[in-house]
Design a protein around this ligand. Structure first.
Ligand SMILES: Cc1ncc(COP(=O)(O)O)c(C=O)c1O
Length: 445
């Protein structure tokens, strides 16, 4: 690898996914600083509103994915159907709302390695996590504990705390939290497995983020699931940072359940509909307890308005309400892009792109940060987390001024995520150029 624009451009030329970049809108610089170093001037981004407009270098797909150009058509199709057909839109038109959610099952199943029956789109991540914990967290007798990562995304921590409280337990006792060892920044995978074995018969459920939102660490879902099953516990995952980022094999790895949101690597837009996976051995069992609503009732008899709740087979039987057609429309165009590119190819590019980012960051002399994300590609996704003992937040603001979008998470971490569908090697190189120029060591020279 070489730290040069020429090298980066040569990689882009050879990239078989390069045309996907044209399918997204990049946020414009506002106002465009006249001579910002390295700003994105490629009118080939297809941002047709101005051939001279300058665009931000967007490396924040781990937080909010960019808008695919096809999204407008899907949303407009919904608006037109509502305008022209009103209530008729439920059953008529190009994408009748009554069955619209069904078309998301196959593309999502492909992305996460599941069967379509095991997938349903609904609600948002935290709502879905609670709904699935209602089914899967069944503390009884001495088996009542839940194991989570220390430093899991706060929403997961709050869900876990309030669920154990809801069942009458004290989180201080019922929640087992596994964090990095003292002086370390990521969790040793063997520590999770050992803790599962150690708590054995007292463990009801293991809940882990597939890719940790802060460190970017990717966990071994299969090994965690096996360990949980060996002691008789359920294994569930929050895949917010994993879906659309790495290929998953949820069914074959025997994972019990998973939840995710669609606004990060899936580019579904803020508040996009979340989705869940429930392994077939559970989802095809209508007797399994869940919270019911008419959206999850047997489709065949739904309009007979039966008094008793009979769930629809599969994960659909966990739905509560009528499908949210408008927010689903935001997800459709992006899933088409994933289907045509293929998640394996997306991942292959991602490994190279993030590897290049890591290589460049390691070239910065006296760099004021520590790269805390594991160096092995099989232990991370697209994201690299740069830990700044001090000055991280200020640096992120300086990067923003210079037209770079990355995000900052307390304590001290700037997260940088090249998303392979729309980022390229040139973006990564320009980020390196700018961070080298604005980093505190350099400013102090
Ligand atoms: C890992 C993780 N879990 C959960 C959430 C919360 O998702 P939602 O707000 O859609 O419930 C987020 C949001 O960024 C997240 O990153």
């Amino acid at each position: 690898m070489e730290a040069s624009l020429q090298y980066a451009r040569a990689q882009d030329q050879a990239d078989e996914l390069k045309s996907y970049r044209e399918q997204f809108y990049f946020p414009a610089l506002s106002p465009a600083p006249a001579d910002s170093p390295g700003v994105n001037t490629q009118s080939s981004d297809g941002n047709a509103q101005s051939g001279h407009a300058k665009y931000q270098i967007y490396l924040c797909g781990n937080s909010l994915g960019l808008q695919p150009k096809g999204t407008e058509t899907c949303v407009k199709r919904f608006l037109d159907a509502w305008k022209q057909l009103a209530i008729g839109g439920y059953f008529k038109g190009e994408a009748p709302w009554m069955t619209y959610a069904q078309r998301f099952k196959e593309p999502l199943a492909q992305l996460v390695g599941a069967r379509p029956l095991e997938i349903t789109v609904m609600n948002t991540l935290t709502v879905n996590l609670h709904l699935l914990l209602c089914t899967f967290y069944k503390p009884k007798g001495e088996r009542y504990k839940m194991l989570i990562e220390a430093g899991a995304f706060p929403s997961d921590q709050y869900a876990a705390q309030t669920q154990v409280r809801f069942h009458g337990y004290d989180p201080g006792d019922a929640l087992i939290q596994i964090g990095p060892r003292s002086g370390e920044k990521v969790i040793r995978p063997e520590d999770i497995l050992e803790a599962i074995a150690q708590h054995g018969s007292s463990l009801a459920l293991v809940l882990i983020g597939g890719v940790n939102y802060y460190s970017g660490q990717l966990f071994d879902l299969k090994a965690i699931t096996q360990a949980a099953h060996e002691v008789g516990a359920i294994a569930g995952f929050d895949l917010a940072h994993a879906v659309g980022n790495i290929p998953l094999c949820l069914h074959d790895e025997d994972i019990d359940f998973a939840v995710w949101c669609s606004y990060k690597y899936l580019n579904g837009g803020p508040g996009a509909s979340g989705a869940v996976y429930i392994h077939e051995r559970f989802s095809s069992d209508p007797s399994l307890l869940r919270f019911g609503g008419w959206g999850g009732s047997l489709a065949q008899t739904r309009f007979d308005m039966p008094e008793q709740f009979t769930p629809e087979p599969g994960a659909d039987g966990w739905n509560l309400s009528v499908a949210q057609a408008l927010v689903l429309a935001g997800l459709e165009a992006s899933l088409e892009l994933f289907q045509s590119a293929g998640i394996e190819k997306v991942r292959a590019k991602s490994i190279r792109l993030t590897g290049y980012l890591e290589f460049l960051l390691n070239q910065i002399p006296g760099k004021p940060f520590e790269l805390i994300t594991p160096a092995e590609p099989e232990k991370r996704g697209a994201q690299l987390s740069l830990y700044f003992p001090e000055g991280g937040k200020k640096l992120q603001a300086a990067l923003q001024e210079a037209g770079i979008v990355v995000d900052y998470r307390e304590p001290g971490v700037i997260r940088v995520s090249p998303a392979p569908l729309y980022n390229n090697f040139e973006d990564v190189y320009k980020f390196y150029e700018i961070i080298t120029q604005v980093s505190p060591n350099r400013q102090g020279e």
